[in-house]
Design a protein around this ligand. Structure first.
Ligand SMILES: [Zn+2]
Length: 365
């Protein structure tokens, strides 16, 4: 992760926030899919491997072929690490289940936007408690879950259970994977212990970030920021994970130089959403959040509302299908009486009867 220059765009209205943030933080680098430093070829051989997280070396600790540097579920396709043993990997993948449940379904439906040519429909049922179906090319909604108007649809569902501190640890593990061994052992021994289950925080395990419009679908990339002045009362390192239609900002806790600063006035500055693409910037409509993830109490009923903005041009193609008569009426006037609302990707061609059979199968088993 070498420092480099990168031209980014900020959403309108966040210029001041950007100024405040970059007055105190430097941009230190970016990791994205395809980074050669984390390719399979860059991995060291087994016999020289030591696990960063438990400190055990081969052969006392087993190392399998390829550990993912960052979770696959956030879009990591080809970044690997050679410093995570199989035992730790197994423990972390259990934390990632909490992360997956916390992220909910928006990651599954991101990319469901017009403009991508697709044929046919297929997909897998989600395990979320959800009366709707999401496949790669098709979204089936029960009208009782839908709020808003047809061109500004939103719908609500209940997430699968997750424990906030386990989500926090999954993110901590990812952030700790993106700094050097020297830095970890020199500056973050407490963070390693916290990751291993030591509870130092009853509050203050804070994350933040932005939920972006549905049409945004970032490939995974992670920014690293570092504070300019060692005695500034802010976390030394801040990571911002960009993936799908989210930005999750993670201030790395327990840096040695931050410990004496904890307490009064120590604060977390949310960096602005940064876009390398102006069109993404214009479409993103970021909604910021900050959340304390310290709690070890499982949350079983968190609801999330997903906002879908449907292209008004797509609505011109709307029609209502009556299976009783087999008739297809153009327009969206009688959506209110529909049993299901079905959105398909542009370019999908389906025979209404076959589509209906598919809907019955996935929704009614
Ligand atoms: Zn280990």
């Amino acid at each position: 992760m070498e420092p480099e220059t990168l031209k980014v765009f900020f959403p309108p209205g966040s210029e001041e926030q950007a100024e405040r943030f970059f007055d105190r933080y430097d941009f230190k680098g970016i990791v994205a899919n395809g980074d050669g430093a984390y390719s399979k070829r860059a991995l060291r051989g087994y016999s020289t491997r030591t696990c960063r997280f438990c400190g055990r070396s081969y052969p006392i600790a087993p190392f399998s072929d390829y550990s993912h540097l960052l979770p696959k579920m956030i879009g990591n396709s080809n970044l690997y690490s050679d410093f995570e043993c199989d035992n730790c990997n197994k423990a972390f993948s259990e934390l990632e289940d909490d992360l997956a449940n916390y992220l909910g379904i928006s990651r599954s439906i991101t990319g469901f936007s017009p403009g991508k040519k697709t044929v046919g429909f297929k997909g897998k049922r989600l395990s979320a408690k959800f009366r709707s179906f999401i496949g790669e090319n098709i979204l089936i909604l029960a009208p009782e879950d839908v709020l808003g108007t047809p061109d500004q649809l939103s719908f609500r569902y209940t997430k699968n259970p997750f424990t906030p501190v386990r989500v926090y640890r999954a993110l901590l593990k990812s952030a700790l994977s993106l700094i050097s061994d020297t830095e970890i052992h020199g500056n973050y021994p407490l963070a390693l212990k916290y990751l291993g289950g030591k509870d130092y925080l009853t509050e203050g395990a804070v994350i933040g970030g932005y939920q972006l419009a549905f049409r945004i679908n970032f490939p995974l990339h992670v920014y690293r920021f570092e504070k300019k002045r060692p005695d500034d009362r802010i976390p030394t390192h801040v990571f911002a994970f960009y993936f799908q239609n989210r930005i999750i900002v993670f201030p790395l806790p327990f840096h040695r130089q931050d410990l004496p600063l904890l307490g009064k006035d120590y604060q977390f500055l949310l960096p602005p959403a940064c876009f390398v693409d102006e069109e993404d910037r214009d479409n993103a409509m970021p909604i910021p959040f900050v959340r304390d993830m310290s709690s070890a109490v499982e949350i079983g009923d968190e609801e999330e509302t997903i906002r879908l903005s449907v292209d008004p041009k797509a609505m011109e193609n709307a029609c209502v299908y009556d299976p009783a008569t087999g008739k297809i009426e153009p327009g969206s006037r009688s959506f209110g009486q529909a049993k299901y609302l079905v959105l398909v990707k542009q370019g999908l061609v389906a025979d209404p009867a076959a589509l209906l059979a598919f809907i019955k199968e996935v929704m009614e088993g």
